[in-house]
Design a protein around this ligand. Structure first.
Ligand code: FMN
Ligand code: SF4
Length: 505
């Protein structure tokens, strides 16, 4: 099996000049000679799917944005650079090696959807990547490469939900990362100034953000795309849709940047062809299991079900992973060998999702935390049959009336452990398994010399998102909802609406 280098460069590109010397910029040049419709058509033909986790067709998303443009405010492109999925380090690897092609992809997106602003939604703690992106923006502006599009970096909080796209928009707008009810597309930044009197009531923490829906508002939509998604765009414009499809599968064309961590020889990030068997991805990037150990299960982030040993040869494609009851997620694969207690893993995932839940939906926050406590008791071999019944009930109800997908993730991952490893659960209930503390499931801070560095602070994170010795007992939505996350100088120029006059009627 081979690794490829379409979006993850082997050697870092140090300057814009170096990037342009290596034929960088040709995608943007091609896009500037095309109509927005032609750009979107090419993207649709390429079959590119969003690499942020859901695999939504990128061309279709861009078209929907164009169809729902505002007549009074410009669209904004937001680069989702918030990477927080446990076991994933691919977006930061891409940005470290080459921020220019992400920037180029975002500028092409701006041309296609009629945006005059691009915002990189990053985490303040990503100091290396923030510095790289800021330097790239400064060079692009000095060279006139941004072609009149305003470029900004927004430095947000470390919360997992900050990567959820409506929460990202909320935060850029000055509030905490509390998701909005998912509409068919998003209205974004500074929406309030352009909201029509009859716009649907806001659902964000401050309750003032216009919701998206055809005809309900003239607020500007925001295009939110993942770093890796946008990094794929320049070459699709430069080389064409057919070139993009020369690798990968029909439904999952192209490549994917994967992260492998857990009980493997080493940890790392590399780009592979879509459809590569998962076992080969683990061998190539992670060096396979540790000596004399076998792989028991693989967790593709905390949004999809566990992959069991007998399914390890599943092709890494959206369709094949879904067919075995799992998913590609953001390509981060956490490997567990035969020494790992999967009930402890379930307890760790549950704690992560319970703590990171914002609490706008009671079953997700309170039910999620109760589930985490119960699973911890099972893992510590302190639980009985009644606790197991409670777990079964909680798993069924945790996603009730959920506003965003986090609660569903909780349901899916824990259900997969209960269904696929019932004997391990029973062994704890019947005191046949040794007590084990919950596994630390946390965001990655880095991968250094082949070793993943986890955010160890997460062990002290309270359900109210503080790191205090005691939690307030309130949910983040309850005790932070009335305050502002921060002021930001970002002010899009509402008077300039880029024309899409090239678009056919
Ligand atoms: C709880 C949660 C966390 C998420 N975190 C991220 C993230 O860190 N980065 C990201 O690109 N997408 C994340 N997503 C997915 C985004 O909501 C959204 O689907 C993505 O930005 C769309 O971009 P794409 O179409 O290019 O994939 C998250 C989703 C959920 C539900
Ligand atoms: S489902 Fe959970 S994380 Fe999502 S908005 Fe509701 S409480 Fe918050």
């Amino acid at each position: 099996m081979r690794t490829v280098r379409r979006v993850l460069f082997a050697k870092p590109i140090a300057t814009l000049e170096q990037y342009l010397d290596r034929r960088g910029g040709e995608g943007l040049a091609a896009a500037l000679s095309m109509t927005p419709e032609a750009i979107i058509y090419r993207l649709e033909a390429s079959g590119l799917r969003g690499r942020g986790g859901a695999g939504f067709p990128t061309g279709r998303k861009w078209r929907t944005l164009v169809e729902n443009r505002s007549s009074t405010a410009p669209t904004t492109v937001v680069v989702n650079s918030a990477e927080g999925e446990p076991g994933t380090f691919k977006d930061r690897s891409i940005l470290r090696a080459n921020p220019y092609h992400v920037l180029e992809g975002a500028l092409i997106a701006a041309r296609a959807v009629g945006a005059n602003h691009v915002v990189f939604g990053m985490k303040r703690s990503f100091t290396t990547e923030v510095a790289r992106v800021r330097a790239a923006i400064a060079e692009a502006e000095a060279a006139g490469w941004a072609a009149g599009v305003g470029l900004e970096v927004f430095e947000g909080p470390d919360e997992y939900l900050y990567g959820e796209e409506t929460a990202l928009l909320e935060t850029i707008d000055g509030r905490y990362p509390f998701p909005r009810i998912a509409p068919p597309f998003r209205r974004g930044i500074e929406t309030v100034e352009v909201r029509r009197a009859n716009a649907t009531a806001a659902i964000g923490a401050s309750g003032r953000v216009a919701m998206a829906g055809p005809g309900d508002s003239d607020a500007a939509p925001a295009l939110v795309d993942n770093v890796e998604t946008l990094a794929n765009v320049p070459r699709i414009m430069q080389r064409g849709a057919a070139w993009f499809r020369t690798v990968g599968t029909d439904a999952s064309p192209g490549t994917i940047v994967c992260t492998v961590t857990g009980t493997t020889e080493r940890h790392g990030v590399a780009e592979v062809i879509m459809g590569t068997p998962l076992r080969q991805v683990i061998e190539r990037i992670g060096g396979g299991p540790l000596p004399s150990r076998t792989i028991k299960a693989v967790l593709p982030g905390v949004a999809n079900g566990l992959v069991t040993e007998e399914n390890l040869d599943v092709p890494v494609s959206y369709e094949a992973m879904a067919a075995i009851g799992s998913g590609v997620g953001s390509g981060g694969f956490i490997v567990f060998d035969d020494t790992v207690d999967l009930v402890a893993v379930a307890a760790g995932v549950s704690r992560f999702l319970g703590v990171e839940s914002c609490g706008q939906c009671t079953p997700c926050k309170l039910g999620g935390l109760a589930l985490a406590d119960l699973l911890a008791e099972v893992s510590l071999s302190n639980a009985d049959e009644r606790d197991l019944e409670s777990i079964t009930t909680r798993v069924t109800t945790v996603a009730d009336q959920a506003r965003c997908y986090l609660a569903q993730q909780h349901h899916v991952v824990i259900r997969s452990v209960l269904d696929r490893f019932p004997a391990e659960v029973r062994a704890h209930i019947e005191d046949r398994a040794a007590p084990v503390a919950p596994y630390l499931v946390a965001e990655l801070v880095d991968i250094r010399n082949g070793v993943a560095v986890h955010d160890e602070r997460f062990s002290d994170k309270q359900p109210d998102w503080s790191y205090d010795a005691e939690s307030t007992g309130k949910s983040p939505a309850d005790h932070l909802g009335k305050t502002r996350y921060g002021e930001w100088s970002f002010k899009p120029d509402l008077s300039v609406i880029p024309k899409l006059s090239d678009l056919p009627e």
